[in-house]
Design a protein around this ligand. Sequence first.
Ligand SMILES: Cc1cc2nc3c(=O)[nH]c(=O)nc-3n(C[C@H](O)[C@H](O)[C@H](O)COP(=O)(O)OP(=O)(O)OC[C@H]3O[C@@H](n4cnc5c(N)ncnc54)[C@H](O)[C@@H]3O)c2cc1C
Length: 644
Amino acid sequence: IIEGVTVERIRTVDGRAVGVDTDQGPVDAEYVVTCAGMWSHELGRQAGVNVPLHACEHFYLVTEPVPDLPAGLPTLRDTDNCIYVKEDAGRLLVGAFEPVAKPFGAEGLPTDRPFMQLDEDWDHLAPVYEKACERVPILGEIGIRLFFNGPESFTPDDRYLLGETPELRNHFVATGFNSVGIQSAGGAGKVLAEWIVGGRPPMDLWDVDIRRMLPFQTNRRYLRDRSVEALGLLYAMHWPFRQVDTARGVRRSPFHDRLADLGACHGESGGWERPNWYAPKGVEPVYEYSYGRQNWFEHSAAEHRACREGAALFDQTSLAKLLVQGPDAAAVLNHISSADVDVEPGTSVYTTWLNDRGGIEADLTVNRLDDERFLVVTAFSTQVRDSDWMARNTPDGARATITDVTSGYSVLGVFGPDSRRVLSPLTDADLGNEAFPFGTLREIDISYARVIAVRRTYMGELGWELYIPTEFSLGVFDELWATGQPVGLMPAGMHAMNSLRIEKAYRHWGDDIADEDTPLEAGLSWGVAWDKPGGFIGREALIAQREAGLTRRLVQFRLDDPEPLLYGNEPILADGSLVGRITSGMYGHTVGAALGMGYVTHEPGTPRDEVIGGSFEITVNGERIPATASYRPFYDPTGDRIRA
Ligand SMILES: Cc1cc2nc3c(=O)[nH]c(=O)nc-3n(C[C@H](O)[C@H](O)[C@H](O)COP(=O)(O)OP(=O)(O)OC[C@H]3O[C@@H](n4cnc5c(N)ncnc54)[C@H](O)[C@@H]3O)c2cc1C
């Protein structure tokens, strides 16, 4: 450890970090870890690496000695009043997590000091301190010895940044600690060391993995504006579906204003403004949060029913789209995909991408446009991760390129038994089952546009995703909306999509499946092409697991009582014993109860049916609710409706 040295830049060769230049000369290194606190953003930027964080002023006060204060008092957290109070060598220390924080260093950070104490700001802190005095009255009677104000870095989602950066190999980060850097340091250091040595995260660390960050999130104004809210959110009520208030309107689909006119209540995810639900006329599109049924519950139920019984229109523009092309594109993709994606042009394949332990690194669709071009479609949240995974697993010299074309296409989803009736008048393409079966795609005319129509669904109904070149979007939308009205087309939001998909048991990557879960455990082995020529990454591990037998399986649950709701992380009990937790949950409006899924652990070799043969309960808010377990979806288990 060399102290008092300034790193001036990270040295790179061929996309790899190879050391650092310091004010005392160069240092070669096999690996470089940027853990420069709030300075990490700038240091990363110089090397072309996205490290999204911004500093805020962060405060605590220490009182004069408090007579007879017992040592070892527990820390008191009063989240409603945004304070914590703890005993500190005979004094009281009062820290603040105020709802509107003060960003620091937007005009540039000082580089001449490793540790900074900023000026007192009583005007800023007084409202919080007054509340503290109400909660702990003695604070109003004793003097204050120290007003401490120090800068700390905050990330856009209040979770820290760990792992290897996708832009630069052998370069890791451990930064953006959101005021919990001291308590997190031991664990963060341990897993980072294991990550470097093992070449992969030692456990599912997606929550804090830097690959979740998107390229735009390096924008300084975005970071500054979000940091104002990020600090206080740590103590704010973590309502289900809670939305952020700052840095909104960052990424808007072309349909944004049209959908707002139709009553959309937009939510923010990865910068995207996405309609979460639609307020009918006379209702304000504003959330009223609670742990029970929120104000949008019935409106979302109506959207859900429109999709099940008629036709619903979804704005799916936030999907990430990667164009993979070249003479070797098919071979490269087929080696990465567990399904066979070397299929006829015009075929859309759902596949998982596995690591060498058989864990699911990604689940997405590979759409073959022609012999040498594929459109890989994945969630907005895994845009960077999935393209990074593909780039890493593309052999040197392979004639295949990956281009992110997310901004080039908007996406409208038309789903429901009447979706064919909505779309047919707009196109001369044959949308019949024979000409356009499930799992296929065609480039077709709609309105004045050429559109890639993919017959595939996350909602479990007949329908199409339309990939529309961006500048044609509104033309297509306006005609589609007008044509859909006589058929009863309704706009539907992300909450309805979630309730629709959970009835169909469609897994959500990051919740229900991730890099520690295999397709065998997740019930996705139906998609694995075990014997395709050349094999695929993860095949050997999967075969070994198939032979050894499983010890956990993903199971669907329906609460027997229609009243309680599921949000995820609720304990699963089998015959009274804890066997797992709910990985994702949502109310199923057609099924008429809350649904969830989760892994049930069991003895090796337990027959599949026996695993769900017991009597199940899910603990909701401390109460055990009997639940029905199933491997099959609770809605349309045979999948007839998507092939209608
Ligand atoms: C008032 C306050 C109270 C807090 N209370 C708590 C608490 O109770 N519990 C808790 O867990 N956390 C707390 N924190 C947060 C905690 O202090 C931070 O999360 C933690 O220090 C972050 O560690 P870090 O290593 O990421 O960054 P830092 O501690 O900022 O360390 C980064 C280091 O990198 C150095 N550096 C930067 N650029 C360069 C360069 N180019 N070359 C060489 N060196 C460089 C800096 O000089 C610095 O020493 C608090 C923070 C504040 C401000």
